[in-house]
Design a binder for this molecule. Structure first.
Ligand code: GLC
Length: 720
């Protein structure tokens, strides 16, 4: 083992000779003095790190995973998996996020930079022992110090590099469904949103827009003139967001397939031929995203659609998902044949069933193909978790080449740490279950800790039927997630807002309008977090040191000013909430109505009827709101409203930029600094500006400790 010092706070332990993953650029300086030495490390056939937890220790991180924000008690396996049944016993989901924080008397972070399988047993086998088993003897392990978990996250986010900035329109409401089969179906969706006056920014194109599920093709029959159609939709204020899948259909005459074969850009099987697997189109080859040339080739394929006016994509099936391989199918057929005339008993029947059930996404298949990495063939299984990441990298690098200064919407299903540089993620095929609404809530801060700020779940749930109540409650939670997309599976009940009764639709309309009113705050907080290498969603324990806050698993801090406590139980019309300090409760059924209630620190039961979303404004913090509009481009930025809860003093930096380019990296943004002091019953508001904000007028509603509201309107100096 060699030790490298990356910074005062970060050390890298290098075991063996790991293959570069390109996640971390900083190599560090070799040192003999390891200053962080918390784990016991053993190397047999695999690397094994063990750590003894104290009873009070909490474990944060691990990104997209089951269970709580505190990961203690669980077994998690980092191995990107296409498994749509996220029952609590599942150990792997679509992402592989090998970063966690131990938070107790001793506090530190650990990142395992290894793209094959890593097992995190966090007190599952033995209640006080953490055991991390890395499927190799060649890996880099980073240890990160910090006084508080938030500081450890900050150091980690600095280590893994700048994150993804979506365009501002990607903060709007987005409507999706597998499937809107054709132009007519999409027109119906668009017209319904317009007719019902529900804001919306994007409609998704799932696999049916393609010709026979072939990547980068558009069905002529269903979309006779795609380019014109994209611009007609844009005139209606809606962007179309097509899906791209990892597998490329094997079909003579299909350009992408032929080019890939000719240039040797596909993954290879044991005989050196392109590996064959089956997904939506039937048999496919997988592009070798580890090969920079193949990556560039695939990335530039997005160009045709970009030239038709497309500004966003979602990358799917990139674990990569395998329905079956030739090997798996042959094995299953063989088994079926030998079972044909048998009297199957408990063992032989389950044997047969198992063969069919394990045909998809089989490890044997992942072990049977290869990538070309720097001229060497590398078995896929050893780099499995980087496949989806590299697909999204291909797209992002393609976009940068095609339009260097344009921000695209891009998110992926499979991911690993490091992919946050290229795009966001959605959390895959959840269900229309209340449990998954809660899971969504718990996952958000963990994802943020792993770098994924632009994230969200299929609102309303993908599989199964979503009733009106669940849809409304889920929407009330997703109002705060940067990616707000309602997506559902083919064959399920329709779940667009207008697919429900009038009253439910009316509630959803108000909720979506509230989302648009929140965009100034959400965007400001998102971009500030991105640039400061901070998180957007935080567990209460990241801000409050009291014992109770550590235990809260169903409330979240959103940016620096808000706390949310969503309803996640059927028929609940209220819930318990813990207030770690005095806060203002704004119960919103219609965001134009502003009634505030000061609530004291402590436990409360609050009523939350179906049409209301409770928003808590923290003490000495400010919330910036706008007005809603039909979509993000048509929001009026000139006037904003600030709701504050001010005991003595506060300040807020309201950030904004063009929402379209990378200019913000060169300082092209505006900041409005608001400073508020309360002295002898008087309120003093000072405003200072840098850049050229679009905001000209600010209305303040400042609540004091007794609940009295002082109103002020200020016109910005530059616009006087
Ligand atoms: C996968 C995706 C889902 C999509 C479906 C069809 O299951 O996770 O979002 O709708 O494929 O493309």
């Amino acid at each position: 083992m060699k030790t490298f010092k990356i910074s005062e706070k970060i050390y890298k332990y290098r075991f063996g000779a790991p293959r570069p993953t390109e996640i971390i650029a900083d190599i560090g300086e070799e040192t003999t003095k390891a200053e962080i030495d918390y784990f016991h490390i053993a190397a047999g056939e695999k690397l094994k790190l063990t750590f003894k937890m104290e009873p009070e220790d909490m474990i944060w991180g691990l990104g997209e995973n089951q269970r709580g924000m505190n990961k203690r008690g669980g077994l998690y396996i980092s191995y990107c998996s296409d498994d749509p049944n996220h029952t609590p016993d599942k150990k792997s989901l679509y992402g592989a996020h090998n970063f966690m924080i131990i938070d107790g008397e001793v506090k530190f972070g650990v990142f395992i930079d290894y793209p094959g399988q890593v097992v995190f047993d966090i007190g599952n086998d033995h209640k006080d022992i953490i055991e991390i088993i890395i499927d190799t003897l060649d890996a880099d392990v980073y240890m990160i110090q910090g006084d508080q978990p938030r500081e450890i996250v900050h150091e980690f986010l600095k280590l893994i590099g700048d994150g993804y900035a979506p365009p501002k329109w990607a903060f709007g409401y987005q409507q999706s469904r597998w499937s809107y089969p054709d132009q007519k179906a999409i027109d119906e969706v668009a017209d319904a949103f317009i007719q019902h006056d529900i804001p919306c920014d994007a409609i998704y194109l799932d696999i049916d827009y393609m010709e026979d599920f072939k990547d980068f093709t558009i069905s002529k029959e269903r979309f006779p003139n795609f380019k014109d159609y994209v611009s007609t939709m844009k005139e209606k204020g809606l962007r179309l967001v097509p899906i791209i899948d990892a597998g490329v259909k094997i079909e003579n005459g299909y350009r992408i397939y032929e080019e890939g074969v000719e240039k040797g850009y596909f993954c290879l099987d044991e005989d050196g031929k392109p590996f064959v697997a089956a997904v939506w189109p039937g048999k496919v080859h997988f592009p070798d995203f580890f090969n920079p040339e193949a990556r560039r080739w695939f990335g530039l394929k997005y160009k045709d659609m970009i030239e038709c006016g497309i500004e966003g994509f979602w990358n799917d099936m990139n674990e990569p998902a395998i329905f079956y391989s030739n090997r798996g199918l042959e094995k299953a057929i063989e088994k079926a044949k030998t079972s044909e005339n048998e009297n199957l008993d408990i063992y032989t029947f389950f044997d047969l069933k198992d063969v069919f059930e394990h045909m998809s996404n089989a490890v044997e298949d992942y072990q049977s193909f290869y990538h070309n990495i720097n001229g060497k063939l590398v078995n896929h299984n050893m780099v499995h978790n980087l496949y989806g990441c590299n697909m999204t990298r291909a797209a992002a690098e393609g976009f940068r080449e095609i339009h260097p200064n344009k921000r695209f919407l891009l998110f992926s299903r499979a991911s690993s740490i490091g992919m946050h540089r290229y795009g966001g993620i959605w959390t895959g095929d959840n269900h229309s279950w209340w449990e998954h609404l809660l899971l969504n809530l718990k996952m958000m801060p963990s994802l943020n800790m792993c770098g994924f700020l632009y994230a969200g779940a299929d609102t309303g749930g993908f599989s199964g039927d979503c009733n009106a109540q669940l849809m409304i409650r889920w929407l009330q939670m997703s109002l705060f997630t940067p990616l707000l997309r309602n997506h559902s599976a083919m064959g399920t009940r329709r779940q667009e807002p207008y697919a429900y009764d009038q009253e439910s639709m009316g509630i959803m309309r108000e909720m979506i309008r509230l989302r648009y009113a929140l965009v100034p705050y959400l965007y400001s907080e998102y971009m500030k977090a991105l640039m400061a290498k901070d998180i957007f969603f935080a567990p209460l324990a990241f801000a409050y040191q009291d014992r109770m806050s550590k235990r809260v698993e169903d409330q979240l801090l959103v940016g620096e000013s808000l706390m949310i406590a969503p309803i996640y139980q059927e028929n609940a019309v209220g819930r318990y909430v813990w207030l770690p300090e005095d806060m203002v409760l704004w119960r919103v059924d219609c965001y134009q109505q502003r009634e505030f209630k000061v609530m004291r620190m402590g436990h409360h039961y609050m009523d939350v009827p179906l049409n209301q979303v409770p928003i808590f404004i923290r003490k000495n913090r400010l919330l910036v709101l706008g007005n809603h509009g039909p979509n993000i481009d048509r929001l009026d930025p000139s006037e904003v409203f600030v709701i504050g809860f001010v005991e003595d003093q506060t300040s807020y930096v309201y950030y904004d930029d063009d929402g379209e380019t990378y200019g913000y990296r060169e300082g092209m943004y505006s900041k409005i600094f608001m400073d508020i002091h309360r002295k002898n019953g008087n309120l003093d508001i000072q405003i200072r500006v840098i850049g050229r904000p679009a905001t000209k007028k600010i209305h303040f509603d400042i609540v004091d400790m007794q609940g009295n509201v002082t109103q002020r309107t200020m016109v910005l100096e530059s616009s006087k």
